[in-house]
Design a protein around this ligand. Structure first.
Ligand code: PLP
Length: 434
């Protein structure tokens, strides 16, 4: 079956006017996606950062099948079910002790919205209302109005900027400029910039994903956390992308010894098989809402909050982490990424080779490197036509493969990247510059 743009589907982050072919995928297994004609693609970005153990992992698929025999969906306001209870208890067990409460939702964006509402709810209910949010420059936290507000402003959200709320932006801790970031955060937390203290600071720990795979050191994360603690500003870690092993440890905060006040998890929570998210928080935030007074209820819900089938998939993910050598796979993949990156890192056609755990990235040097340059869709098509699913951010090419990717598959992805460097000049000429 060929779609040829007859489909009524309006795809996300897709400019249909460019007329790109949209492959119709029939099946996924491990690190590969297949169409009905037998073509396959190596999924080098884990289907947008969600698939951790590979597509259609047998254990997760079996857990989903098993749960469908029992309970499909349940109102979660005032009712509960075993898959959610098991999952919540296990999440509390594997995260630092101060995180005591789990709030369910259904996407990364929603988990961030919940985090922001928890933070403001906390200050409101303890009788010290605060509403200012601090964010890190170049951040991405989702595409709803609230999460766009705490993310980088740019071409992706220009049409909606009149609706976005004001935030305090802390400069990204560029190499050599870390102290400037810490000083800016210190001043903002003390309320010196506005005369009032902020409610919370939200960060992507160690690596900014959609902002271009921008990495900063663990000691800066730890310092930022310490500054917030000193000033009593709530520290929100958005681990939606970094969670579940991407950065080398289960959570990015683990490697920095950082314990946030609020943590957002989604993407790899179910191994990437089902939409589910959680927001974990410390006890005082829960206690600020705990009362016989109904006005202090945490008024937030999505229809599919803690969907039992999604929770069953997440429980299977946690069993995989318990029973299979996941950490060893992550370490092996991280080493392989380092070796492949080293082979390209002195190539003058690339800049900023970088890696954190299983994530590797580099920038292709171009005459016009803007995100909207025509090079980006040409690169995506180039890789797609060579059996590789990569989706560079502008001219930043990154790999974030599932941990099961085979050495020859990983080598094929890197070979496609090397081939694209040879082809970039032609692509730029075709795009009308260069
Ligand atoms: C993907 C992402 C989100 C949004 O998650 P969705 O499930 O796409 O809503 C939020 N924060 C970060 C850091 C992300 O990478």
């Amino acid at each position: 079956m060929r779609l040829d743009h007859q489909s009524p589907i309006w795809h996300p982050f897709t400019q249909h006017g460019l007329g790109d072919r949209i492959p119709l995928i029939a099946r996924g297994e491990g690190a590969r996606l297949y169409d009905a004609q037998g073509n396959s693609w190596i999924d080098a970005i884990s289907s947008w950062w969600v698939t951790t153990h590979g597509h259609a992992h047998p254990r997760i698929m079996a857990a989903i099948r098993d749960q469908t025999e029992r309970l499909d969906q349940l109102i979660f306001a005032g009712w509960t079910h075993a898959p959610a209870e098991t999952l919540a208890a296990e999440l509390i067990r594997i995260t630092p002790d101060p995180l005591t409460r789990v709030f369910f939702s259904d996407s990364g964006s929603t988990s961030v919205e919940v985090a922001l509402k928890m933070a403001l709810g906390y200050w409101f209910h303890i009788g010290e209302p605060r509403s200012r949010i601090l964010v890190l420059e170049h951040s991405y936290h989702g595409d709803t109005i609230g999460t766009m507000s705490v993310g980088e402003r740019g071409v992706y959200n220009r049409a909606w900027q009149p609706l976005l709320f004001d935030v305090g932006t802390i400069p990204f801790p560029r190499e050599g400029m870390e102290q400037a970031t810490l000083d800016a955060l210190e001043a903002a937390c003390a309320g010196r910039e506005t005369g009032s203290a902020p409610a919370a600071f939200i960060v992507e720990p160690l690596i900014l994903g959609a902002g271009g795979m921008l990495i900063y050191p663990a000691w800066v994360l730890a310092e930022m956390r310490a500054i917030c603690a000193r000033h009593g500003v709530l520290f929100i870690a958005d681990e939606v992308m970094t969670g579940w092993g991407r950065t080398g440890t289960r959570f990015a905060c683990d490697s920095a010894g950082v314990i946030p006040d609020i943590v957002c998890l989604s993407k790899g929570l179910t191994g990437g098989a089902m939409p589910l998210a959680v927001t974990l928080c410390i006890e005082p935030i829960y206690q600020a809402h705990y009362s016989t007074d109904r006005a202090r209820t945490f008024y937030h819900s999505s229809s599919y909050t803690a969907n039992p089938i999604a929770c069953a998939a997440a429980n299977a993910n946690l069993e995989i982490w318990r029973d299979e050598p996941v950490q060893q796979r992550i370490d092996t993949l991280a080493d392989a990424q380092a070796a492949h990156l080293a082979m390209l890192s002195h190539d003058p056609r690339i800049a900023n080779p970088r890696r954190l755990g299983t994530i590797a990235a580099l920038d292709i040097v171009v005459s016009d490197g803007g995100y909207l340059s025509n090079l980006n869709p040409r690169l995506i098509a180039f890789y797609r036509d060579r059996g590789v699913l990569l989706r560079p951010l502008g001219n930043s090419v990154y790999l974030m493969p599932p941990y099961c990717i085979a050495p020859d598959e990983l080598a094929a992805v890197w070979a496609a990247i090397a081939a694209s460097l040879d082809a970039v000049e032609d692509m730029q000429e075709a795009a009308g510059f260069g």
